[in-house]
Design a protein around this ligand. Structure first.
Ligand SMILES: C[S@@+](CC[C@H](N)C(=O)[O-])C[C@H]1O[C@@H](n2cnc3c(N)ncnc32)[C@H](O)[C@@H]1O
Length: 308
């Protein structure tokens, strides 16, 4: 099948010319060349895609002479609720990049799906989930559902991107659950996206790449996996913070100025104070030996040194 495929898969890929297959008018479609390279490299007998969009995966599989099973919300399959019919050997998964491109009722009519398949796709469309946390939860449910369905030794290639909104990065790669063996992360250059045609001012750094995460299911039943949790830690309880860090943060939290008694009050009861019998002396010593960070204002009042 793949005799004339000569491109080797490396950890950075770039396909300035899209190639044949799928539909470049289906927004957020992916390059058929990526799927060609994955098939040529891993040589699966069959490939599955449960969010196939314009069916790039199916088209590439056909031209490369392998079997495909492809589905989408627009044609009667909802990965959140439908049962996966196969025991896949290889899954290519390209979920929506949260709400960057909306699919149901934008790329296809919700009313037509409702009429044909009996459900409103807007209710189950990952690109219509209003919050990032809700999206991450649904994405990870879909991730684990697909990984559970894989046969032993099976693989998933997951194409994801990062989203920047109001100065904050929403990273699908970071927050995606990573079951099984992480074999590789491939950086894929993005071409022909909206950001190519825009000019940006200020500090915004345009995102011009995506990632392909490669996973393998090595063991049945018990699956190791990596997950990201968001936690808030208080530096007064953290081993890595110095006394200077803690007191500087306390002063910042007090708008740059606080009486010594207030600094004591804000340290007391925290692990750092509990770990040291003479912690009040330590606070005073830290204030005195760091003149580039702290200065004394009036009696008993300490300030942060302002740097130009
Ligand atoms: C990024 S697009 C896939 C594009 C595709 N790789 C291509 O080249 O055309 C994501 C797809 O996920 C589908 N989708 C969103 N939520 C879904 C769900 N719950 N179940 C199945 N498909 C869903 C959307 O309809 C959309 O077609």
């Amino acid at each position: 099948m793949m005799e004339n495929h000569t491109r080797a898969l490396t950890t950075v890929v770039s396909y300035p010319e899209r190639g044949q297959g799928g539909n470049n008018r289906y927004r957020g479609n992916c390059s058929p060349k990526l799927i060609e390279d994955l098939i040529a490299h891993f040589k699966p007998q069959e490939i599955c895609d449960y969010m196939c969009g314009s069916n790039t995966t199916g088209d590439v599989a056909r031209t490369m002479g392998i079997v495909s099973h492809t589905y989408d919300l627009h044609s009667g399959f909802d990965l959140l609720h439908s049962e996966i019919p196969e025991r896949p050997e290889y899954i290519f998964w390209h979920p929506p990049y949260w709400d960057i491109i909306r699919y149901s009722d934008v790329m296809y009519r919700a009313s037509e799906v409702q009429q044909r398949y009996g459900y409103d796709p807007r209710l189950f469309d990952l690109s219509r989930i209003p919050t990032w946390d809700g999206f991450v939860q649904a994405m990870n449910y879909c991730m684990m559902k697909q990984f559970c369905a894989l046969e032993r030794g099976g693989r998933m290639a997951v194409l994801v991107g990062d989203i920047k909104k109001k100065g904050k990065l929403f990273s699908m790669l970071f927050e995606l659950a990573k079951p099984g063996v992480v074999e590789n992360v491939i950086i894929k250059a993005q071409h022909n996206c909206v950001s190519d045609r825009r000019t940006y001012g200020g500090r915004f750094i345009p995102i011009v790449h995506e990632y392909v995460l490669l996973l393998r299911k090595e063991t049945p039943l018990v699956i190791p996996f990596l997950m990201t949790y968001r936690v808030n830690s208080d530096i007064r309880d953290m081993p890595g913070a110095t006394w200077r860090d803690i007191i500087a943060d306390i002063l910042e939290d007090c708008n740059g100025r606080a009486p010594l008694e207030e600094i004591y009050r804000r340290v007391e009861g925290h692990k750092r104070a509990q770990s040291q019998q003479w912690w009040k002396e330590k606070v005073r010593q830290t204030l005195q030996i760091n003149p580039r960070t702290f200065e004394k204002a009036d009696r008993g009042i300490w300030c942060l040194v302002k740097h130009a």
